[in-house]
Design a protein around this ligand. Sequence first.
Ligand SMILES: [Zn+2]
Ligand SMILES: [Zn+2]
Length: 248
Amino acid sequence: MLAAVLASALAMTTIVAVRYLVTSGLFAWATGKVRPGHYAGLDAQIRREIGWSLASAAIYGVPAGVVVWGWRQQGWTRIYTDLADYPLWWLPVSLLVYLFLHDTWFYWTHRLMHRPKWFRIAHAVHHASRPPTAWAAMSFHPIEALTGALVIPALVFFVPIHVGVLGLVLAIMTVMGVTNHMGWEMFPRALVHSRAGNWLITASHHQRHHDEYRCNYGLYFRFWDRLCNTDKGLAATKAAPNPAASPS
Ligand SMILES: [Zn+2]
Ligand SMILES: [Zn+2]
């Protein structure tokens, strides 16, 4: 039994690490195309980001592996595979419930980690990326990684979710974690500056957190930031310099 749990933990760690390398690698490559030179001079920082992120992969992978083993072998969790088990409307609602609960947990733990003592202990690693890159998505001190690693594995014990929706939650978590740090906005202005954009967090919003520290703490939604008056809006757009337009 112990061997099976360990194998599951190792498998999930590998999956999380490969998922990180592929996703961050893809968006780092895209950054090189869209904003050439954007990561110039950041090689040493990027190496640190990758190191911390791979350590985080193990911290995320172990609890996930234990829960996957328990789900498959012991019937733990409320993950379901038969669409008929719950009404179809629960599929989109459960997606929003998971994202909202994850966002709530993140907002409040993140705010706590901006208290000076906790910042030094647990969160300074993440903010050592100045400016962050696509590789910073999981660049966390192990204590911060642990706070992030436990939330979804805990939720699956309480809130029913179809395995496909759970995959979607993890995909959104991964892509937004990477793109919010990559230093440019990939979503069209029409969305970012729309009414929906006023409630969603994308790179323009999280960038401002990294610029100014004491604002914009949320993960997916601006709900808590707005409610608690910590929302400072979007970072000033950093347009790529246009040599042809500059006066000489
Ligand atoms: Zn960040
Ligand atoms: Zn922070």
